[in-house]
Design a protein around this ligand. Structure first.
Ligand SMILES: NC(=O)C1=CN([C@@H]2O[C@H](COP(=O)(O)OP(=O)(O)OC[C@H]3O[C@@H](n4cnc5c(N)ncnc54)[C@H](O)[C@@H]3O)[C@@H](O)[C@H]2O)C=CC1
Ligand SMILES: O=C(O)C(=O)Cc1ccc(O)cc1
Length: 346
């Protein structure tokens, strides 16, 4: 397998290490850190241009900074072979999906794994082990290329999951971007609680947990927040409303309201954690499909929208390539719902 990586920093370098060691891939790299990536064994060769790196590639992963992604993906699509799948790892997906031209070779991606430090020096082969890796296929995405990407990402150790780009950004605003904003606010509050001459008090684990990501990688996070600003503004507006409610209960001395506030949060936290518990028995479903672009994307997104995770997939086109069968594996508890959504005979 020939893989090209554009932007060989923390994420690109980690893709390179995992692709080389876990998939036995031959990896070409482009970008300012590519020569260092060769020294660290993250890529086999450093290329001076994107065109050189993607020549003959079967998979291209664009892992440049968020602000450069649209331009870099455009250059990659101009030079990549016709049967090559092109993906990116950007932390937000709507902008890219709407700005990158609709090309059947392109599938947006986002690994939910990373770290505080940037640069190839911090790249790790096991960075994606067990991590969800979102994919945002579109209507005309090639099924064969989507399946190839799915296999590669599984081979890196991650769990691919299809999601609509706008839904992805709305959810990330709530579960990742807002928590980063709030962590910053909490440390700002704590430090300002000190009077002149007072020293920093011992903090409990709750403060440490809630502020772990405060001040994380300013270059990355300012890009992420800006690229998802509408959804993040909506989240912050909601937080302000919720804080106003707690404030009102406190100001009124309303213990019942405060008790209900805590109890509701406990139930909601439990429900959120339960949605993350996967595993268990799997069921294999066979889905007959017409072999046209977009068919796999549509199938993956229909299940994704219903909250059903595809734990594995395989695509078998008929010899004339006109139709085919997709096999998907889903958790036993989701199988009946998945069959109904995919309109399969019982
Ligand atoms: N750091 C994290 O925790 C995560 C980051 N991401 C995404 O991964 C992407 C890369 O982030 P990191 O690896 O953290 O950053 P990084 O700074 O470690 O790596 C970026 C790499 O791109 C190179 N580069 C800069 N401009 C370039 C250009 N025009 N063309 C090609 N290469 C260029 C840099 O030299 C560097 O090697 C971003 O789009 C980010 O949204 C996704 C998931 C997690
Ligand atoms: O878990 C988090 O929120 C992190 O801080 C790591 C991270 C950073 C950026 C991403 O796009 C995905 C994961």
């Amino acid at each position: 397998m020939r893989v090209a990586i554009v932007g060989t920093g923390l994420i690109g370098g980690s893709v390179g290490l995992a692709a080389r060691h876990r998939l036995g891939a031959e990896v070409a790299g482009a970008g300012p850190e590519a020569p260092r990536a060769v020294e660290l064994g993250a890529v086999d060769r450093a290329c001076a241009t994107i065109a050189e790196a993607v020549a003959g590639a079967e998979v291209v992963v664009v892992a440049a900074p968020l602000r450069d992604l649209v331009t870099s993906i455009g250059t990659v699509l101009d030079h990549a072979p016709a049967d090559c799948v092109v993906t990116d790892v950007g932390s937000t997906k709507s902008g890219i999906t709407h700005l990158v031209r609709d090309d059947q070779r392109f599938v947006g991606g986002h690994p939910l794994a990373g770290g505080e430090a940037s640069g190839v020096e911090h790249a790790r082969e096991d960075l994606f082990e067990g991590a969800v890796w979102y994919l945002t296929p579109r209507e005309n995405t090639s099924g064969l290329l989507y399946e190839r990407l799915y296999r590669v990402i599984s081979g890196l150790g991650a769990a691919p999951a299809a999601i609509d780009a706008d839904v992805h950004d709305r959810l990330m605003a709530a579960v990742s971007h807002l928590p980063h904003v709030l962590a910053n606010v909490l440390v700002a509050q704590a430090i300002r609680a000190l009077d002149d001459g007072e020293t920093i008090p011992a903090t409990g684990p709750s403060f440490r947990d809630a502020t772990r990501v405060a001040g994380a990688n300013p270059a990355l996070w300012s890009d992420i927040m800006l690229s998802n600003r509408e959804a993040l503004v909506a989240q912050i507006d909601d937080v302000q409303r919720r804080l106003a409610e707690v404030r009102a209960a406190l100001a009124a001395g309303d213990g019942d309201a405060l008790g209900a506030f805590q109890a509701t949060a406990a139930g909601e936290r439990r429900a959120l954690l339960e949605t993350q518990l996967g595993g268990g028995a799997q069921r294999e479903l066979h889905v007959p499909v017409l072999n046209r672009p977009g068919v796999i994307a549509e199938l993956a997104l229909r299940l994704g929208r219903a909250g059903i995770n595809i734990s594995d997939m395989a695509l078998a086109p008929s010899p004339d390539m006109q139709q085919g069968e997709v096999t998907v594996w889903v958790a036993e508890r989701d199988a009946a719902r998945a069959a109904e959504i995919l309109e399969l005979d019982p």
